[in-house]
Design a protein around this ligand. Structure first.
Ligand code: AGP
Length: 600
């Protein structure tokens, strides 16, 4: 996944494709490539690294139709072979998203005589389109799309035909002067046109030099509306959101969907972690887990502790990476390192210490090919896509997505959860992205509460059991981007000290969703209210009890009790964002902080 561009017109395509790809560089990528049809043959150029590296290798390429891609690896290492475009005969394909049944397609196409050279899911798509191609690219693409499961935005080049399609991954067509465009993101083509048409799911576009036609998957023509984009380039990079953080918060339905894609078989009650080296017998033998991480990733790890202990009955220690390496050891444990960047120096050093003492290591990471993923025995990718805001948001919910699945997976193997529980949990997990969308569509109460917090010097987040890590994450987010002093506490711990700090000037955000400690949480809220603090509760939408005890209630959709923390997370992210915005803070680049902390 990352950036797609396509052009069919009267100008030379290569320079337009390169220029358009450069406008997507801010999104991050690990390799880039273009394919151009030069009126006789298909020419493909790709390179690992930056677009300038690709540019240096480009000969003078002649041709007025082509496609281009910046890749951010999800299937297969970041290298030249795995870079897009992928080809099959005269067909070249660039793709964002995940083809969930790619292994099945790969087996089928290999049996039909196709040879695979890359490790990507996209190559299966190129061969599949070739398999169906007779003399019309739209027909071939439409047939191929019926065979694939998963998410995609694709641009396909075959001779003088350029066809694009989407499902669950953005794609926009642009109407230019003397040529037309396709792109995954508006900034790619904003220099060339402001007249754009947004494709909807399961739509196909045929881009010619003179126009763009749209079809559904049954090749029935579809009428589309042209929109004029008024954004400047800076606004376009953020898809019109004021900050990357807000954009990334709103990307969570899609990023979580990608995290779970192809891994959940809810009807069978099974989970598939592609390429995980831990066998069922390895997992049966695990009696201890040690999770190592920093910052937000640590908070994800702490929820992991609750989940592994509850679902798989495995004892878990969670250690701050910078402490673990000097003060702790984990003999006999499976050591799980959680790191979005995969480059955090403390986490890397701690994993090396664990490995040197004979522990098996498993990385949960976002960036494919990062140091931690290369040095760990096993890796599970969270597949969030690039995150630009320093404050981790979508990568946190994707980390949680993987951890929930992993704890369920271990529980199934250890017979600590039964098949009905498994099916129920997996069905509920599949519904989480749409529940996040509902939270994002109803932000008024969150904005109102943020205004109150914005004028405070201190704030407290409290929760019990599964909600406690989210209290820590809420406090971390708030202090990180709004510079308000904030703490997260296990609510039962308040009366052992922190309650002395609670006054009418200290707003308290109580994560009070339904679960085994709900009644105890109400008691904690009463203790807080007795000190006259303003209490904002995050609660289930159908909870009619909570409003008796608190000042404000932010209601969120209900799901399985133990999944509620993932939904509460979105609320604490938005609260922190709107507080920081009210205080006019530098949200995407908070003072003193860096996205990737590569020093100890
Ligand atoms: C959170 O918003 C921060 N960006 C920070 O705490 C971060 O989670 C921490 O530095 C760990 O980073 P990692 O996940 O890349 O290892």
């Amino acid at each position: 996944m990352c950036g797609i561009v396509g052009y069919n017109g009267r100008a030379q395509a290569a320079s337009i494709l390169i220029d358009s790809l450069k406008r997507l560089e801010y999104r991050g990528y690990d390799s880039a490539g273009i394919a151009v049809f030069n009126e006789k043959t298909l020419e493909v150029f790709k390179e690992k690294g930056r677009i300038v590296d690709l540019e240096k290798t480009l000969p003078a390429v002649s041709g007025t139709i082509g496609i281009g891609h910046t890749r951010w690896a999800t299937h297969g290492k970041p290298n030249k072979i795995n870079a897009h475009p992928h080809t099959s005969g005269n067909i070249a394909v660039v793709h964002n998203g995940i083809i969930e049944n790619y292994q099945e397609l790969r087996d089928r196409l290999t049996a039909s005589g196709y040879t695979f050279v890359s490790e990507t899911d996209t190559e299966a798509l190129a061969h599949l389109i070739n398999h169906y191609y007779k003399d019309n690219l739209i027909d071939a693409v439409a047939s191929a799309l019926k065979d694939i499961r998963g998410s995609y935005a694709i641009a396909v080049l075959c001779g003088s035909e350029l066809v694009a399609a989407r499902k669950d991954s953005p794609l926009v067509a642009g109407i230019g002067d003397g040529g037309n465009f396709i792109a995954s993101d508006i900034p790619a083509i904003l220099k060339y046109t402001r007249r754009m048409i947004f494709l909807d799911d399961l739509e196909i576009a045929s881009v010619t030099p003179d126009g763009i036609s749209f079809y559904d998957v049954n090749k029935k023509p579809v009428e589309k509306t042209v929109k004029t984009i008024e954004w400047d380039m800076a606004a376009a990079e953020k898809s019109g959101y004021e900050h990357f953080m807000l954009k990334e918060i709103h990307e969570q339905p899609r990023s979580l969907h990608e995290t779970l894609a192809g891994r959940i078989m809810e009807l069978e009650g099974t989970i598939n972690f592609e390429g995980l080296g831990l066998s069922e017998s390895n997992i049966s033998d695990i009696s201890r887990i040690c999770i190592i991480a920093c910052g937000t990733s640590f908070n994800a790890g702490l929820l992991g502790k609750y989940l592994f202990e509850y679902l798989a009955k495995i004892h878990v220690d969670v250690e701050i990476a910078s402490e673990f390496r000097y003060a702790h050891s984990a003999p006999g444990s499976l050591v799980i390192g959680i790191s979005q960047s995969g480059e955090t120096a403390d986490t890397l050093a701690a994993l090396r210490v664990a490995k040197s003492t004979g522990c098996r290591t498993l990385a949960i990471a976002n960036i494919m090919g990062s140091t931690i993923t290369r040095e760990s025995d096993d890796v599970i990718y969270i597949r969030s896509g690039p995150e630009i805001g320093v404050a981790a948001t979508k990568t946190f919910t994707s980390q949680l997505g993987v951890i929930y699945l992993l704890a369920l997976y271990f529980g199934k193997i250890k017979w600590t959860i039964n098949s009905d529980q498994m099916k129920r949990m997996l069905t509920a997990m599949k519904q989480l992205p749409s529940k996040i969308t509902r939270i994002l569509d109803n932000k008024e109460m969150i904005k109102k509460c943020a205004e109150l917090i914005a004028s405070s010097n201190d704030a407290y987040f409290v929760g019990r059991t599964f909600n406690y890590p989210i209290a820590l994450e809420g406090a971390l987010k708030l202090k990180e981007i709004s510079y308000i002093h904030a703490e997260g506490y296990a609510a039962g711990e308040l009366k052992h000290g922190p309650l002395a700090l609670i006054t009418k000037n200290t707003p308290v955000i109580a994560i009070a969703t339904k679960g085994q400690t709900y009644d105890k949480m109400l008691n904690n809220i009463k203790e807080i209210k007795a000190r006259e603090a303003h209490v904002i509760a995050i609660a289930n939408e159908n909870d009619s009890e909570i409003e008796k005890y608190v000042d404000d209630v932010i209601r969120i959709p209900s799901t399985e009790d133990i999944l509620m923390p993932l939904l509460s997370t979105v609320v604490v992210q938005l609260l922190s964002y709107y507080v920081a915005k009210t205080r006019n803070c530098s949200i995407d680049q908070p003072r003193n902080l860096a996205k990737s902390v590569t020093v100890e």
